[in-house]
Structures are given as structure tokens and as C-alpha cells.
Design a protein around this ligand. Structure first.
Ligand code: BGC
Length: 711
């Protein structure tokens, strides 16, 4: 975090710490879950000097803060919330595409803006801290939280993570318009075996450093103020208890200067779930020693910490260090000067914020197949829209919006404006004079209202059918992993019946994750991945359908052909013994980096200046539409002492070209981009030959290759 080691900040922190009693220090390390305590208890915690509260907004937060400020030392509390793709727990907020959807834009400036807007709205609600971004890698798509990731690649996740952190935190945390970011979940959470939320990982520290650490290293470099510990474990040690992960790697090596917060009740889970501690005292000892500074929801840590220090089991210096880490952030944020009434209340859901959400939605639309049906032309007079997800704002918003959050009403609907796919199509069709008929048909879950016959009837008069498929929030999120990613409910059955009508079908995936769309892809004229596009997700897809915008999204994650093919991420280690399953190719249905445009891009003339590690390629727009292309650079270490991935993203640039335009795209690589991690966990570059690949996706057929030698 910027200037944390500022001596004036340090001396102020030390002066406060010197006045604190043991109990006040223990309280500072506790984060209280507002929804799980009574009002009286919340005030009691404020008076004790709890360091933070989570999931409390507006007037409740103000009352708690007043109580905290009226204590002996008047240390302000931090209020944290899960503002994951916009300040989603406020129904007036601007809702952006999910992290996964936003990642399709491959545009750091766009996610930085998403962070900036979210920060303004969170701050305007009296809060200081978002538990975002998720820097877990989405490598097993069965996992329920795939939508929260920036996809499967460490480099892309790191670049986007750093950008959104810059957006949340700005240059000056004390300006009232910015908030604390929290890089989570440190570490390996997304790699749980079988995609099962919170389960064990098959991680080693070498692998962790090679693949999972780089996004967190970028976050620390970007100055992230807080980091959240993962559930799960590494080689038998829960991450919550891993001194190596938190003290040696995060603090000593990466130089992290903010504070670490556990995830939900991690300390208690050492006892109740992971069984590595007999009781809460033992668990608190493990957690504090390992380097967790603040304990989310485990309020019992307070008594344990006091007991542990008083009995001589825990050195008070461990508490001092944790409290120092927390106070430093509070001082830097200017909370002692102004803990309340920060920010600009009028900005909540304001027009300029909503415009940012719309721009993000537009850039995130990813066209995966197009046999010429898109963009719809003037001959398209009758459009039939089918599928519950075409007109279900909950499905479009996805997770972490106020009506999907456990503490909020699941019945309520968000405040307008928002635009579903159906509404977007209707608006565009009104301009082109086409007629639009809608039939729900079915949704992702079986329902008594499913009516396939009515949908088929409605589609009979169509020139084109737009079929929205996907999932709903009941099939995703924490605790909700899926074993089977094929289309659920009666969606595939309906699709096959629609195919029998022999009309062009445009399939739109409105979902939290890649689903297995093998059959659907074969028989669709066009396929679009929209994921959870936020409040304007439907409008953005409609504009693409009608050619009002040219899609430029690229997948940040691979699509499996079948659930049995998972994991199918592109940067795997080399194997041999055949290139396919007996019953399936080994390639994904759609690869990392893939995404089409209404224009055609060509790559030529790949060259490299080895002395400067400068790579240059000519990109040409051969079509008649202006369009953007994300140029991707991958590397393969041709001979290395440990196995290295078959291909690894090391750079990318998004380029906008006019029809007929050509441009040289230049990348300045760093020597470290070619590094690997040895069995002794050391990162270095082994001299020798490397293959560089440049092109429009991770697929071999989309890449030019050039080999270089590094001395
Ligand atoms: C999740 C975190 C989240 C926290 C607070 C946990 O269950 O794993 O990602 O920030 O709850 O809501």
C-alpha cells in the first residue's frame, strides 16, 4: 500500500497502540457480523473497540460508528461489505458485469473504472472496505464461485486484479471517494479438489508460487490494503494456520504492508471443520501466530486472545503487530479525521456510473460462433425470443447483489433502470421495425410454468430464434458447486425441438460460468457468451445482435465439452499417451482467449528484437467493420528442469482498428516473463530456447510462432 512505511503514520500508530489495553487490542482484531448479533451486542462490541463490522450499511453503521468514536481512545471501526461487481447490496447501485464477464473485455482500464465507481458508491453508503477482488483462478468450472474470478489465467487475473485495486483505492485513500480493496482468497481456494467449495487443494508450495501466487504478488505491488485468508489447506496445513503462506511469503517476500483478515469464521473452523485445534484457544493461537490480523466473525477470539496472553501462551507482541497493521490502514485512510459522512451520497446509481456499467457490459459480450446469421439484417422481420433467462434480472445480475445475498430479501427486485435481454431486443427491434414475440419455454430449473409447446408455437413464425440458456443463482455461489455442467432443466430438450423447426437459432448464454454447450453449439447459427452482464447486460447483447456494436470479448476461461473433461484449462503441463479421451477430444469446446468479431483480423510479420525482448506483430483488419482485437502473447519453455506449461500468457493488448487498417503492435517483455519455479521454490530464468506465440486466442491454429534463445 502506498507510503505505508511513512514515519509520521508509524509514530501515530505507535502512539495509539501504546495507550491500548490488552482487551482493546484483542477487540481491534475482531470483525463483527452485524446480521448475526443483536443490536445490543453490536453496541457492546463497538464500546469494546471492535476493529470492524461487516454487512451493515447506512444509519445502522453510523450509529455503531458513533458508539465506537465515543470510547476512551475513539478508534473508528472499519465497515466492510462484499461489493463484488458494483455495490450490489444497495438496490440503487450501478451493477457491473460479474468479474468473469468483465474479464471477457481483457481491458484493465475498464475494470479500474468498475472499481472506481464501486468505491464511490460504497463510500457514499458510509462504508470503507470491499472484500474484492477475487484472485482465485477459475480452473475447475464445477466450482460454484467461478463467476467471481477473472478466469483461469494467473497473468490476466493479476493484471485485472491490479487494475480494479487501483480503481477501489485510488491515489489517496483518505479522499473519501475511495475504499480499501481486499485480495482474496489467499490462497488456492479456487483449486479445491473436484471444484468443491472450501475443500482441500492438491497444492504444493512450488505450484503455489508458480501459478497461484502471481496474481496476489501483482495485488501487493498495486498496493492492496488488505488480504483475506482462504478456506482450505496446503499439504495438510489450513491456510489460516500457515505461517509460511502469511508471514514468510506474503510479508517477508512480497512485502505486504496492509492487514490480513480471515474468511468467514476461519478460526473456529480450525476446530469445527478442519480438526487441527482442540478448542478456540488453540485455534486462536494458531491463527494469530500464523499472521491473521483480523478474525472475521469469530468474536470468541476476543476472550481467547486475552486468556492466551495472560497465561503466557501467546506473546503480546503478536497482538501488537496485528493491531499495528490494522491501525496503520485506518490512519492512512484518514478515519481518525473523518470516519463518517465521507463520499458523495448523490452519486449512488447516478447516470455517469450507469454509463460505466453499460460500457463494461458492451465490452464483455463474447461472440463464440457465427455462421453468418449475425448481425441481424433488415430482412429479419420476426424475432422470437425464448428462455426464462432472456427476461430474468436475477439471472442476469448473478451473485452478490442484494437479492441474492443471504441477509437480503430474495423476493425483492432491484430498482430500475436495468435492461434484460428481451427488453434490449425489443428496444432495438422498435428501431428496425421488426416484431418480437416472447415465450418463456423453460428456465434452468424445472418449473410448473415450463411450456415447451407454447415456445415451439411462438417460434414457428420466426425469421430468427434467440434462445437464452444458462443457470440461476440457486445453481451457483458459495456451497453450490455442480457435478454436471450440461444444460439443466428442460433447456436442451427445448433446444432440440427448436432445431427441428429448421430456423436460424442464436443462443445466448446468461450464466455464472461456462456450461457444456457442445450439442447447442453444433446446431446454433450463432452463440454468444454473456455470463452475468449486470444491469445493462441485456442491452449490450441486443446491440450486438443488431450490429449496433461489434463484439470484441475474448474468453478468460475455457469451455469444457463435457463435465467429465474438467479441468480443461489451457496452460496445463505437457502429457503424452494420446491426444484424446476414448470418447471425447481433449481440446475444449472453446479455448481461453477465443472470441469473434464482425470483422476479420489477420496477423503477420512476427519478429523479435532479442536484445530488448521486444516483440512486434502486424495486425490487419481485413473486414469492413471497425473492431477491437485482443492480441495475446504466450510463451513455452522448450527445455526446462521442471515441467512447465504447454503455453503461458505473458502479455496482451487490446487494439481498435478501422476497417482496412493495419498496425504494428509492440510488446516489451521482461526477462522474468520467462521464469519458472524450481523444486526448491526459487524463481529464476533458465537460459535456453523458448517459443513465443502471438495471435488472437490460445489455440495453436490462431497463433504465429517464433523461437528465441535467452542467454
Ligand atoms: C466468503 C468471502 C466473503 C465473506 C464475507 C465468505 O463466506 O468466502 O468471499 O467476503 O464471506 O461475506
Amino acid at each position: 500500500m502506498q507510503h505505508l512505511s511513512d514515519p509520521t503514520v508509524e509514530s501515530r500508530v505507535n502512539a495509539i497502540l501504546a495507550q491500548m489495553t490488552l482487551a482493546e487490542k484483542a477487540a481491534q482484531m475482531v470483525q463483527v457480523p452485524f446480521a448475526y448479533v443483536t443490536e445490543e451486542e453490536a453496541f457492546l462490541w463497538a464500546r469494546r473497540g471492535a476493529g470492524s463490522f461487516l454487512h451493515v450499511m447506512g444509519e445502522d453503521a453510523r450509529r455503531i460508528q458513533r458508539e465506537a468514536m465515543s470510547t476512551r481512545l475513539g478508534i473508528p471501526a472499519l465497515f466492510g461489505i462484499d461489493a463484488i461487481h458494483g455495490h450490489g447490496l444497495n438496490r440503487r447501485a450501478a451493477i457491473f458485469p460479474s468479474q468473469l464477464a468483465a474479464a471477457c473485455a481483457w481491458n484493465p482500464a475498464l475494470v479500474e473504472e468498475m472499481g472506481r465507481v464501486t468505491a464511490r458508491e460504497v463510500a457514499a453508503d458510509g462504508l470503507h472496505w470491499t472484500f474484492s477482488p477475487v484472485l482465485c483462478l477459475g480452473r475447475d468450472t464445477r466450482w460454484g464461485r467461478i463467476d467471481e474470478t477473472f478466469g483461469e489465467d494467473p497473468y490476466l487475473a493479476g493484471e485485472l486484479g491490479a487494475a480494479i485495486i487501483r480503481g477501489y483505492q485510488g491515489d489517496d485513500l483518505s479522499d473519501g471517494e475511495h475504499i480499501l480493496a481486499c485480495a482474496k482468497h489467499y490462497i488456492g481456494y479456487g483449486d479445491a479438489v473436484g471444484g468443491r467449495d472450501s475443500c482441500d487443494t492438491e497444492m504444493t508450495f512450488r505450484k503455489l508460487r508458480e501459478t497461484f501466487l502471481p496474481p496476489f504478488a501483482r495485488a501487493v505491488e498495486a498496493g492492496v490494503a488488505t488480504i483475506m485468508t482462504a478456506y482450505g489447506s496446503i499439504d495438510g496445513t489450513p491456510f489460516t494456520a500457515s505461517r509460511k503462506a502469511m508471514r514468510e511469503i506474503l510479508r517477508d517476500e512480497l512485502g505486504f504492508e496492509g492487514f490480513v483478515v480471515t474468511d468467514w469464521d476461519n478460526v473456529n473452523s480450525l476446530v469445527e471443520k478442519q480438526h487441527v485445534a482442540a478448542d478456540l484457544d488453540e485455534a486462536s493461537l494458531l491463527a494469530a501466530r500464523a499472521g491473521n490480523d483480523m478474525m472475521m466473525t469469530t468474536t470468541a477470539f476476543y476472550d481467547s486472545a486475552i486468556r492466551l496472553v495472560e497465561s503466557g501462551k501467546l506473546d503480546e507482541a503478536v497482538l501488537d503487530e496485528a493491531v499495528r497493521n490494522i491501525l496503520r490502514v485506518k490512519v492512512r485512510m484518514g478515519l481518525f479525521e473523518q470516519a463518517m459522512d465521507r463520499g458523495t451520497p448523490e452519486c449512488m446509481g447516478c447516470e455517469s456510473h450507469r454509463t460505466s456499467a453499460l460500457l463494461a457490459a458492451r465490452e464483455s459480450v463474447t461472440l463464440l460462433k457465427n455462421d453468418g446469421v449475425l448481425p441481424l439484417d433488415g430482412n429479419t422481420r420476426n424475432i422470437t425470443v425464448i428462455g426464462a433467462n432472456a427476461d430474468d434480472i436475477r439471472a442476469q445480475y448473478g451473485d452478490w447483489t442484494y437479492f441474492t445475498h443471504p441477509h437480503m430479501s430474495t423476493e425483492a427486485i432491484p430498482e430500475r433502470p436495468y435492461v434484460t435481454l428481451l427488453e434490449g431486443i425489443r428496444a432495438c427491434a422498435a428501431q428496425s421495425g421488426a416484431s418480437v414475440v416472447y415465450a418463456r419455454g423453460c428456465g434452468p430449473l424445472f418449473s410448473e410454468t415450463d411450456d415447451l409447446d407454447a415456445a415451439i408455437e411462438a417460434a414457428k413464425g420466426a425469421d430468427v430464434i434467440v434462445f437464452a440458456v444458462g443457470d440461476v443463482i440457486e445453481q451457483a455461489g458459495e456451497f453450490r458447486d455442480r457435478a454436471d455442467l450440461s444444460l439443466s432443466g428442460r433447456q436442451e430438450e427445448l433446444f432440440l425441438r427448436l432445431c427441428a423447426l429448421q430456423k436460424p437459432i442464436v443462443t445466448v448464454l446468461v450464466a455464472t460460468k461456462p456450461l457444456c454447450l457442445t450439442r447447442v453449439t453444433e446446431s446454433s447459427g450463432a452463440l454468444i457468451a454473456a455470463f452475468n452482464g449486470g444491469q445493462y447486460g441485456g442491452q449490450a447483447v441486443a446491440e450486438v445482435l443488431f450490429g449496433e456494436i461489434n463484439p470484441g470479448g475474448k474468453l478468460p476461461i475455457s469451455f469444457p465439452r463435457h463435465s467429465g473433461q474438467i479441468p480443461v484449462y489451457y496452460n496445463s503441463l505437457p502429457g503424452w499417451h494420446g491426444e484424446r479421451y476414448v470418447d471425447l477430444p481433449e481440446t475444449p469446446l472453446f479455448a481461453f482467449g477465443e472470441g469473434l468479431s464482425y470483422t476479420t483480423f489477420a496477423y503477420s510479420n512476427l519478429r523479435v528484437d532479442q536484445s530488448k525482448l521486444q516483440v512486434r506483430v502486424t495486425l490487419s483488419n481485413l473486414g469492413d467493420h471497425k473492431g477491437s482485437e485482443t492480441v495475446q502473447v504466450y510463451v513455452r519453455d522448450l527445455v526446462s528442469s521442471v515441467l512447465t506449461p504447454v503455453k503461458r500468457l505473458i502479455a496482451f493488448q487490446k487494439v481498435l482498428l478501422d476497417a482496412g487498417e493495419s498496425r504494428d503492435v509492440v510488446f516489451s517483455l521482461k526477462r522474468d516473463d520467462f521464469s519458472l519455479v524450481l523444486p526448491n521454490e526459487q524463481r529464476l530464468v533458465e537460459p535456453g530456447a523458448f517459443a513465443l506465440f502471438v495471435g488472437g486466442s490460445s489455440k495453436d491454429s490462431d497463433l504465429l510462432r517464433l523461437d528465441i534463445v535467452l542467454a
